[in-house]
Design a binder for this molecule. Structure first.
Ligand SMILES: [Zn+2]
Length: 268
């Protein structure tokens, strides 16, 4: 395989790669970081998306994320939210490497964002902390630890009574918890208030509220479906574990029984 080795301002080309390199139109701006040593196949820098889609068939999401950071060409190829080819690359990787994430992304979310949101191994998306409390809160579409969740949410009572957020605004926002003790994402409240206050006519405000309410109903029902699916996966996983333990225990009991029968036969 041919590589170009670039370090600092010097571009050292392996003798095997000269002819390949002369046929390429690599732009130096494509090198992500001049201060780091990079090994980049020149053909990768100009590869058409459909060919890349075929050769990337066995790449994990982590591999794809690493590749997207190599150069501008790969970044544009892997980070487009509108390209069908890009979506197909990430979808194939997700279905192959993320068995817990077989459902399609929610409406309005691209495949890469969907995958990154669900990478619990990356820890909390706000503080980076990788503890057991990190989880995806689907109504808010965030991956957060317990501490950041507490710090970035507010309860209905505090928002409505202490902060005078109107009920018609809170009625169109996603929340978690039971209805009597609703928990809202603070940034959602702030941006909704800002959007609402920019509208100057009653008609615009009414139309905005209707549109947001519909979007919120869809968001809440989508979140319920995803959280239910997660609970079912956990239950199935736990049941498989219990079942495998039961098999081991039963086998051991059977072995003990056989041994006792052998002993009984010997003593006869
Ligand atoms: Zn956190």
């Amino acid at each position: 395989m041919s590589y170009i080795k670039k370090k600092g301002n010097n571009t050292n080309i392996n003798s095997n790669t000269v002819s390949d390199y002369n046929n390429q139109t690599m732009n130096n701006n494509d090198i992500n970081n001049d201060t780091q040593t990079s090994y980049i196949s020149p053909s990768i820098l100009t590869i058409p998306p459909e060919i890349f889609a075929e050769i990337s068939i066995n790449l994990s999401p982590i591999d794809l994320i690493s590749l997207s950071q190599v150069c501008n060409h790969l970044r544009s190829l892997l980070c487009s939210t509108s390209s069908q080819t890009t979506q197909a690359i990430w979808r194939a990787s997700r279905l192959l490497f993320m068995p817990r994430l077989q459902m399609a992304p929610p409406d309005g979310m691209d495949e890469k964002s969907y995958i990154e949101l669900n990478m619990l191994e990356r820890g909390c998306q706000f503080c980076g902390h990788p503890d057991d409390t990190v989880k995806v809160i689907w109504v808010f579409r965030v991956r957060t630890c317990g501490v950041c969740l507490d710090g970035r949410t507010a309860r209905y009572f505090d928002l409505a009574v202490k902060e005078d957020i109107p009920d018609h605004i809170l009625a169109i926002l996603p929340y978690t918890g039971n209805h009597a003790d609703r928990l809202y994402w603070r940034d959602n409240v702030i941006s909704a208030m800002q959007e609402y206050e920019k509208l100057t006519t009653e008609e615009d405000r009414h139309n905005w509220l209707v549109k947001k309410k519909l979007a919120n109903v869809n968001r809440m029902s989508d979140a319920t479906v995803r959280e239910d699916a997660l609970i079912e996966q956990e239950w199935n996983k736990n049941w498989r574990f219990i079942h495998s333990r039961m098999e081991i225990v039963l086998r051991k009991l059977q072995e003990q029984l056989n041994l006792l029968q052998d002993l009984a036969e010997l003593s006869d």
